[in-house]
Design a protein around this ligand. Structure first.
Ligand SMILES: CC(=O)SCCNC(=O)CCNC(=O)[C@H](O)C(C)(C)COP(=O)(O)OP(=O)(O)OC[C@H]1O[C@@H](n2cnc3c(N)ncnc32)[C@H](O)[C@@H]1OP(=O)(O)O
Ligand SMILES: O=C([O-])CC(=O)C(=O)O
Length: 453
């Protein structure tokens, strides 16, 4: 085998050892030069890299001048997400479009503004002629995040004014991408399902009068049918994933890449590459796979000792993907709780009852309680660990019968709104290329001619 099908050969193994020998940095040097690994101090506090008005991620209270961990809260443009989501649920209406308006423009829309904005999004929700045939269906892949990035990068060629980074043009591009992300994701999945898994091919058109969540379910399902409850729960999950400050990995990527002056398609493709990582948005797929493995390995799901033992094996790199992680647990900022996980959990129990999944729900609850204790036994925890948004989101998606391959793309369908708001904020305010420092810790060397080495 050659090229991209090539296996790792002994030669590559040997070259890798050379990379390791010449790239391993003494850990003590990070302390010596006060390098903030992961751009955070040991208490988890991030290096201040910018200012934002888009959202606020809060995980500490200041008591007597000291920062004390507290239950997490999240504010979109100053509004607590618990109040926002409770408002939509109480009124029994969809909130994704309204929250998009809020995040992009900074204020809640009135009825007329919302109607006009819904119209604007609906009118943009179509792909260029033959795009599905010529791009989405060509060389489909099993990773829909990569398929999505490919589609986004290719849309550049269909845009008459792609490189213009004036604010109205960037806003136009962002609104267009927000509108078509559900189509690119679901059609990317349908292409994979047909060409790679040999299943029937369904390409349904969206309907202008439907919300984003309803359209996702409509174009995904062969019979285009869904219940109102299913669409409302998907809407809620999307709202909870839309935005999380400027420092999360994919949004920071958006800031970094935008600061170079590049085009919108390149910036969003870079953010997608970040989001798919299993320590970030890709964790929602890992959580489900981890539970699938756990259910095979643990004979009695109600036996706390057996479950605890499996969790320890995860941390010891003896189970599942052997990365030493319990997916869906822990967070760079939150310690006591992630408010999004709390909101999702409040719907999960009733949904699990309705779908006959209470045995799964009980296992999730047990792991949610037990995992922080097991992690604290094994790792140096400075700030505490709790369930994050990805812990329950995959479970919710599985109860909505969404295919696993679409879990992280669903995150992207939501988070593109946050990326767009931050790209606009970067372009409005900063106009300074982001360029932190790396200290060189290697001595200079004298050049040696080839025949003398
Ligand atoms: C939408 C989102 O992006 S939410 C996050 C989704 N990601 C996951 O669910 C993956 C699992 N979780 C993790 O990998 C981590 O918790 C992260 C990447 C989210 C945060 O990592 P950190 O900022 O390093 O967390 P924190 O400072 O609290 O970690 C302290 C220690 O506990 C470990 N730890 C934290 N969470 C976990 C976990 N879920 N499983 C195992 N160990 C963990 C860290 O590796 C670290 O140990 P180390 O110092 O020996 O490396
Ligand atoms: O803030 C973070 O580091 C990760 C996160 O939860 C998110 O992006 O939603």
């Amino acid at each position: 085998m050659t090229g991209f099908n090539m296996k790792v050969t002994p030669e590559i193994e040997q070259l890798t050892e050379m990379c390791k020998d010449h790239s391993s940095i003494d850990l003590s040097l990070y302390g010596k030069y006060d390098v903030k690994r992961g751009l955070r101090d040991i208490n988890g506090k991030g290096v201040l890299a910018g200012l934002t008005q888009v959202s606020n991620v809060q995980a500490v209270n200041v008591v007597d001048g000291k920062e004390v961990p507290c239950a997490g809260s999240l504010y979109y443009r100053g509004y607590n997400i618990k109040d926002l989501t409770a408002g939509f649920v109480k009124d029994d209406r969809f909130g994704f479009e309204e929250t998009t308006y809020l995040l992009l423009f900074g204020v809640l829309p009135d009825k007329k503004q919302l109607e006009e904005f819904n119209q604007l999004l609906a009118n943009q929700r179509s792909l260029p002629r033959n795009f599905v045939r010529d791009v989405v269906m060509k060389a489909p892949g099993r990773d829909i995040m990569n398929a999505l990035s490919r589609s986004v990068l290719t849309l550049y060629s269909y845009d008459n004014n792609p490189d213009d980074i004036s604010l109205p043009n960037v806003l136009r591009q962002c609104l267009n991408l927000i509108s078509v992300f559900p189509l690119l994701s679901v059609y990317g999945y349908q292409a994979y399902n047909h060409y790679i898994r040999g299943k029937s091919l369904y390409i349904h058109n969206p309907k202008k009068e439907l919300s984003t969540a309803e359209n996702i379910l409509r174009i995904l399902r062969p019979d285009k049918k869904y219940t109102d409850l299913e669409a409302k729960i998907l809407d809620l999950a999307l709202i909870l994933h839309m935005e999380h400050g400027g420092g999360n990995n994919s949004t920071f990527t958006t800031h970094v890449v935008s600061s170079s002056g590049t085009d919108t398609y390149s910036a969003i493709a870079a953010a997608l590459g970040s989001l798919k990582g299993p320590k970030h948005g890709g964790a929602n797929i890992k959580v489900i796979r981890m539970f699938q493995d756990m259910k095979k390995e643990v004979h009695d799901w109600e036996d706390e000792d057996e479950v605890r033992n499996y969790l320890r094996r995860l941390l010891h790199k003896e189970a599942f993907d052997r990365r030493g992680l319990i997916y869906g647990m822990g967070h760079a900022i939150y310690s006591v709780s992630d408010p999004r996980a709390e909101v999702l959990k409040s719907f999960v129990e009733s949904l699990a009852k309705e779908k006959g999944r209470m045995k799964d729900y009980n296992l999730y609850s047990m792991v949610e309680k037990m995992a922080p204790e097991v992690i604290a036994e094994e790792r140096r925890i400075y700030k505490g660990v709790s369930a994050n948004v990805d812990f329950y989101s995959g479970f919710v998606y599985s109860m909505l019968d969404l295919p696993l391959e679409l879990y992280t793309p669903m995150f992207a369908v939501a988070r593109i709104v946050g990326w767009s708001a931050h790209r606009m904020e970067e372009l409005i305010n900063t106009d300074k290329i982001i360029r932190p420092a790396y200290k060189n810790v290697l001595e200079a060397a004298e050049y040696v001619p080839l025949d003398q080495r």
